[in-house]
Ligand binder design. Structure first.
Ligand code: ZN
Length: 150
């Protein structure tokens, strides 16, 4: 049987060690900051749009391995998608990480993000995993406040 927890650990380690889209964009259209006070994770997210498509996205900041790996995978997943697609993905991701342990993740819709179902075994870490997504939403909506997981 496919062991979600092993795969989860592997992906977290990999993306923590080599985060994708880490750094800053030359000409971002939008940016937002996110903060998870429970763990101390902080990140800044920058987005460049092409119409309603996310052409490029980058993140920066410091936090635990889960928040960083989640931001890394999130940026990979949303690049090239329309805002409607990104909103749908956000909802699926949020629903997955807060679902009961026995609920199978929707791997067709979530792709690599489905490994984050593994975070359900560590409820205190769910907020670390959703921080990047909350920050993305606040960047897309152009909110000036810092996005928090509270
Ligand atoms: Zn954290």
């Amino acid at each position: 049987m496919f062991d979600l927890r092993d795969l989860y650990q592997e992906v977290i380690l990999d993306h923590n060690k080599r985060p994708r889209n880490f750094g800053q964009l030359a000409r971002p259209d939008r940016s937002a900051e996110g903060y998870n006070p429970l763990c101390g994770d902080r990140l800044t997210l920058q987005i460049e749009f092409d119409g309603d498509v996310i052409r490029d996205v980058a993140f920066d900041g410091s936090g635990c391995a889960i928040s960083k790996a989640s931001a890394s995978l999130m940026t990979e997943s949303v690049k090239g998608k329309t805002l409607d697609e990104v909103r749908a993905l956000f909802e699926k991701f949020q629903a997955m990480v807060t679902a009961d342990a026995e609920v199978e993740p929707d791997a067709d819709a979530l792709g690599k993000l489905s490994v984050f179902a593994g975070v359900r075994a560590y409820p205190a870490r769910v907020k670390c995993a959703v921080l990047a997504w909350h920050t993305l939403r606040s960047a897309v909506e152009g909110a000036d406040d810092v996005a928090t997981t509270e």
